[in-house]
Design a binder for this molecule. Structure first.
Ligand code: F0G
Length: 454
């Protein structure tokens, strides 16, 4: 990788460290588990020093935005000083991921009861989800190691992303997804990018179990977020967020929780930014889950984060339909170190929040909308104050799950007597079927105008 002045000062020689027993390794096995205790590994940079001029990095990163080089155009690789240096420049597989927008959400802010609300829209990545930021790093490592096959278990977004990066790198990809439980948009992406796609008669946790056995028996490279290179890539979103905020730390960052890789990555980023001297404090990072897929919420509330309570997951937010999250210990550490909290939200709350984010002209998939639904509860509880600055991490694009959106607006998602039926009815925008005349359209326009004015 090309060296810069900032590189020379940082000397980031990466190591793997077990999050349980703290043993260190220079290499990781196929399952990315500690050979001593079986816990997950994380990548650490023992030679990183606090930087005398940390903002020298920030200047280099910003400067690269004007560069035409593929590595500099990537919103992941332009932060390469904080990534493992052993990945060769020629091996990098990039779709120009990252560089995602930070949008104000004025209507959602009013609905939640806060003055300052921003959304970092990770759904604006090349395959429509935050997974691309981690995939570019881990897929590059797979290519560098000469793997022909990469594989993942997925609720849809990881598989879409992996299939795309594998295709770009000339590698084959194997996707395991729960049959009938992922959105058509995501499934169609994996097929189009050429993945061998297996719909297994189980849930995500069952797919993960099968995949772990496959990677033990076959020379395929595991690209789930237990692969710590994924986490390294995903952490750049927080560096980019801070760049967009001129390095002024928000009071709260709110993120959806599924397998809990992303919350771990964002937390790790803030720990590293503080260590390097780029920020002086940490935001409170809070994690929101669907009520029907709430293992972290239960783990924190019922065991104080000491022992995972796995659940049988059920939610229409299919991306986070996960009951046995791999990275729960990393997520608990982030909650404890940042003073964040956990919350769970109902199906109706998720659907309403999604329509509200849509009405702000932004849109997202259901799993991302748990952030706004959770924020509303955290404001009601007084955990988030009206004047606090809040950033929601929107993880997936609106078009990832059009079926959910259509069913919601057509009134097919909830029954009339369900909780919040009145709010839901108000947020619905049904398509209307008309005769093909200007008069019919104009009457509809006038009706809509009267409703909006009333
Ligand atoms: N939001 C979306 C849109 C997701 O696709 C996921 C996870 C999450 C949130 C939760 O992130 O797992 O890091 O806590 N999707 C994975 C997948 C599991 O297979 O696509 P997490």
């Amino acid at each position: 990788m090309t060296k810069t002045a900032a590189d020379a000062r940082c000397k980031p020689t990466a190591q793997f460290r077990c999050i349980g027993c703290a043993s260190s390794f220079t290499q990781a096995g196929t399952a990315f588990r500690c050979p001593a205790c079986g816990d997950l590994l994380e990548i650490v940079y023992p030679h990183w020093d606090a930087q005398p001029r940390p903002h020298a990095f920030a200047d280099v990163w910003l400067h690269r935005r004007a560069s035409p080089l593929p590595l500099d155009q990537s919103g992941v690789w332009r932060f390469r000083e904080i990534l493992p240096q052993e990945i060769g420049e020629a091996e990098v597989v990039t779709l120009r991921e990252g560089n995602t927008p930070l949008y104000p959400l004025p209507r959602c802010a009013r609905a939640a009861g806060v003055e300052h609300l921003l959304a970092k829209h990770q759904g604006m990545n090349p395959t429509g989800s935050f997974k691309d930021t981690g995939m570019t790093v881990a897929a590059s490592v797979a290519r560098q190691h000469g793997f022909r096959w990469v594989a993942c278990a997925s609720t849809g977004n990881t598989s879409a992303s992996m299939a795309a990066y594998a295709a770009r790198a000339g590698m084959k990809s194997l996707v395991l997804v729960p049959q009938g439980k992922i959105s058509w948009g995501k499934l169609s992406q994996a097929l189009d990018y050429g993945a061998v796609t297996c719909e297994l008669k189980t849930d995500f946790d069952g797919c993960m179990r099968v995949l772990n056995e496959v990677v033990e028996r076959m020379p395929v490279y595991l690209l789930n977020s237990v692969n710590p290179y994924r986490i390294e890539g995903q952490k750049t979103a927080a560096f980019e967020l801070m760049e967009q905020l001129s390095w002024q730390v928000p009071d709260h960052v709110i993120v959806p929780g599924g397998n809990l890789g992303n919350s771990s990555a964002l937390g790790k980023a803030f720990f590293e930014m503080k260590h390097l001297g780029l920020v002086s404090r940490l935001p409170k990072i809070s994690i929101i889950q669907a009520e029907g897929a709430n293992p972290l919420v239960r783990t924190v509330r019922e065991t104080a984060g000491k022992k995972l309570i796995a659940v049988h997951p059920e939610t229409m937010a299919s991306a986070i339909r996960i009951g046995n999250p791999a990275s729960w210990e990393k997520a608990v550490r982030v909650l404890e170190a940042t003073g964040g909290t956990v919350e769970q939200v109902s199906e109706a709350e998720i659907a309403l929040a999604k329509a509200e984010i849509g009405a702000d002209g932004i849109g997202c998939e259901p799993a991302s909308a748990v952030t706004l639904a959770g924020l509303k509860k955290l404001v009601q509880q007084g955990f988030v104050k009206a004047k606090d600055s809040v950033v929601l991490i929107l993880t997936g694009h609106l078009l990832k799950d059009p079926e959910f959106t259509l069913k919601f607006h057509r009134g097919d998602l909830f029954a009339a007597g369900d909780a919040q039926a009145a709010d839901i009815a108000q947020a619905q925008r049904r398509p209307v079927v008309l005769e093909a005349t200007a008069g019919a359209v104009i009457r509809t326009l006038e009706d809509a105008d009267r409703c909006a004015g009333s």
